[in-house]
Design a protein around this ligand. Structure first.
Ligand SMILES: [Zn+2]
Length: 297
């Protein structure tokens, strides 16, 4: 997963100037918990030279997979005029065209998978295996914009927060899609696994990745402060938003404890968790590397 984050600086500027108008902010609905699929993002494993058989097996498996599909970006027609501004910004920025092109350069698919921006009637993002769509709902984008109007004090931060959080959510849904399409094994909670993948993709992209993950984590933290703790929250397939915040902070710290030590020093990440984060990140990164290796070009 290479360099798409490089384009983000430009995209963020476009977003700030064009997308998050105050008018749109005031029309956003208050936060609601969406029960289904709520919001719901690679170092190679060393292969011992003395074990050629294992390597050969992997190569043989890769050769048998045929790349018969692509990710295809679609903008559905919009009936809510307030969302036209989002569509315009996404089209003009070319951000997701870039993301989709890079995924097509790297991932083997057995069929076309559509990345659809459209209205859903509820704030959501999901992968639908029946229609083979990663659906990014404008209602959710509007909600994120509303939330960052509260979180961020300056407009530049609002733009960054929206774009980065949206990318995190997209790669989270990409994880669901890849697990379904390639029948990837998992023994833990899938929602946690795809949070891991989204974080890894962003962190491995370039130096902007850390900022992106931390903006997404701040969004989870803002939501954590608004939750009513009834049993549905604890029964949900997702971890609590506060837990997702600490997980993301831990993995950012774990990837590079030296440069990210401020997360502990400034009190974002408790020392007790931080001690485990480097090993935790190495583990999840290697695990996803192993899972995806047969499906990378
Ligand atoms: Zn999910």
């Amino acid at each position: 997963m290479s360099k798409h984050i490089i384009v983000l600086a430009i995209i963020v500027i476009i977003f700030i100037n064009g997308c998050v108008s105050d008018e749109q902010q005031t029309k956003a609905e208050p936060l609601e918990t969406t029960p289904e699929e709520e919001v719901d993002v690679i170092e190679p494993i060393p292969t011992k030279s003395s074990e050629p058989l294992e390597k050969n097996t992997q190569e043989t498996q890769s050769e048998t997979l045929t790349d018969s599909g692509d990710f295809k970006l679609v903008y559905d027609s919009i009936s809510t005029t307030e969302y036209l501004g989002y569509e315009q910004i996404f089209k003009e920025s070319g951000l997701f065209e870039e993301v989709v092109n890079e995924l097509n350069d790297e991932i083997v698919l057995p069929f076309d998978v559509y990345v659809v921006f459209g209205e859903c009637g509820t704030p959501n993002a999901l992968y639908d295996p029946t229609s083979k769509q990663i659906k990014m709902c404008y209602e959710l984008i509007d909600e994120i914009a509303f939330d960052f109007a509260e979180i961020a004090e300056i407009e530049e931060e609002r733009g960054r927060g929206i774009v980065y959080t949206l990318l995190f959510i997209f790669y989270h849904e990409l994880g669901h899609a890849l697990i379904n399409i390639h029948d990837l094994p998992a023994t833990g909670r899938e929602e946690d696994a795809v949070d891991q993948l989204s974080t890894i993709i962003l962190l491995e992209a370039d130096e902007k990745g850390e900022e992106a993950v931390l903006y997404a984590s701040s969004w989870f933290l803002s939501r954590a402060n608004k939750i009513d703790f009834d049993e549905s929250v604890f029964a949900d397939v997702h971890a609590l938003d506060a837990q997702r915040f600490y997980n993301l902070a831990c993995w950012v710290y774990g990837k590079n404890p030296q440069t990210s030590s401020y997360l502990v020093e400034d009190g974002y990440l408790p020392e007790e968790r931080a001690e485990r984060c480097e090993a935790e990140y190495t583990k999840i990164s290697n695990s996803w590397d192993t899972l995806l290796e047969p499906y990378l070009k």
